[in-house]
Each structure stands twice: as C-alpha cells, then as structure tokens.
Design a protein around this ligand. Structure first.
Ligand code: IPE
Ligand code: IPE
Ligand code: MG
Length: 241
C-alpha cells in the first residue's frame, strides 16, 4: 500500500457543463465551483495533506469570451477576499503560481494580501494556479537560467534538474503524488508539466461543482492501492517496503 498523498494537484473542470445541465449561465457554474473548492480545501486540512495545488485559470483561458474572463476575475477577487480570514485561521499558507502580471490591479492586490498574510502559516500549502501554463513556467525558468549564464553567475555545465526546479514556480514543494481532473476530459491542459513527471493520474467524470470530500477519499483510496515503481521492478519496490 502506498502512503497517503502529500501533495495533490487538481484540475477543477466542468463548471460550465454543470451550469448548462441546469439551464443556468456558465457564471453560476463558476460560483458553484468556488463552493466545491472551499469544501476540498477543508477536506485536505482534515486529511493533513501537505500541499494542494489547484488550477483556477490557465494561460489559455484568456481565449474565452471577454464577459466570462471578466466574471472570473471578479469572482477570484471576491472569493479570495471572503475566504482569506478562514484560510488564515486554518493555518493555510496561500501562494499563487503563474504569470501574475497580466491581472487587474484589484486581483493583484488580493493576491498580495493573501500571500503576505498567510506566509508564516505552517499547515496546508494551498497553491492556486492562475494565468498558469506549464510551458510558460518552463520558458520562464529557461530565461532566468540563461540570464545567469550570460552574467557569468552560473555555468552551463551546472544546470541540473534541480536547478530547473529551483527556477520553477514550485521550487520547494514535494512533487505532486496524486493528480485529479474532474469533468471527464483526460488531458493535462498545460498543467504542471515539469512537476507531474511521476505523479499518479486520476480522472473522474464528476463535474467540479459536484466533487466533494467523499469522492476525493475514494480517489485517494484507489491511489493507495497503486504501486509506485519509479522505474524499478515491482519486486524491488516490495522488497524495500
Ligand atoms: C473549469 O470549468 C473552470 C475554469 C476553466 C475557470 P470550465 O469552465 O472549463 O467548465 P466546462 O469544461 O466548460 O464544463
Ligand atoms: C483547464 O480547464 C484549466 C482550468 C481548470 C482552470 P479547461 O476547461 O480550460 O481546459 P481545456 O480547454 O478543456 O483543455
Ligand atoms: Mg473546461
């Protein structure tokens, strides 16, 4: 049996379809999605999960209708504002990963506030991926590394996987053990490309607003039944357990 996952990465997908099934606008689906997110965060606190990384807005989501993008920005501002005290009381350390510069000032303000207020917390690490793209993250890392090489601060020979990780947006988190995507699609959508190289993947048809702690428990239970081999044989892994 594999231990409980220390780091869970989630693609919260299916808000739009959830709303459509109910004859509601997509915005109602996103609102319901915030409630589901709150429940899952609380559940991970109970489980004493070390880190939870959630995909809130991808670098590709700017392609959505302007009305939806604007609604999402407002929703993020409101959600961070209204949840912050509770997150802080729960000893959660909130961080944001992604290219943050493109956001409206109101959102940047909430992001800064949440990050600073919770920086010293020692409980669940909640990483919220906004304007996040895995390729963008790696490109950024490469640009930073190249600049250091140019400046003579780093030699090209000393570029290791760890150096790349240190220039990523998740330099000090354990790698995700479990990846969950709700909403039925079986794709990565540019999420955490570097970090999920050896993550166990789990997909469920449940739409994000319907996803809850019980279902997460089931996926975790399935995860614990898997044997993680990291290139070794099953016998080797068994012998070392
Ligand atoms: C995920 O739900 C939320 C965001 C991408 C912000 P979707 O909005 O992608 O929902 P579907 O996939 O259209 O159902
Ligand atoms: C991925 O979901 C991004 C988020 C959940 C924030 P999408 O619904 O945007 O992904 P695609 O476009 O279907 O791949
Ligand atoms: Mg979607």
């Amino acid at each position: 049996m594999t231990d409980l996952p220390k780091h869970i990465a989630v693609i919260m997908d299916g808000n739009g379809r959830w709303a459509r099934q109910r004859g509601l606008p997509r915005s109602a689906g996103h609102q319901a999605g915030v409630k589901a997110t709150r429940k899952i965060v609380e559940h991970c606190v109970r489980l004493q999960t070390e880190a939870l990384t959630i995909y809130a807005f991808s670098s590709e989501n700017w392609r959505r209708p302007e009305k939806e993008v604007n609604f999402l920005m407002e929703l993020f501002i409101k959600a961070i504002g209204s949840e912050l005290n509770k997150l802080h009381e729960n000893n959660i350390r909130v961080q944001f990963i992604g290219e943050l510069t493109k956001f409206p000032d109101g959102l940047l303000h909430e992001i800064k506030l949440a990050t600073e207020k919770t920086a010293q917390n020692t409980g669940l690490r909640l990483n919220i991926a906004v304007n996040y793209g895995g390729r963008n993250e790696l490109t950024n890392a490469m640009v930073q590394i190249a600049a250091k090489v140019e400046a003579g601060e780093l030699s090209s020979k000393s570029i290791t996987e760890d150096v790349i990780l240190q220039h990523s947006w998740l330099p000090d988190c354990p790698e995700p053990d479990l990846f969950v995507r709700t909403g039925g699609e079986q794709r990565l959508s540019n999420y955490l490309l570097w970090h999920i190289a050896y993550t166990e993947l789990s997909f469920t048809d449940t739409l994000w607003p319907d996803f809850d702690g019980d279902e997460l428990d089931k996926l975790i239970e399935q995860y614990t039944q898997r044997q993680r081999r990291f290139g070794q044989t099953g016998e080797q892994v068994q012998a070392s357990e």
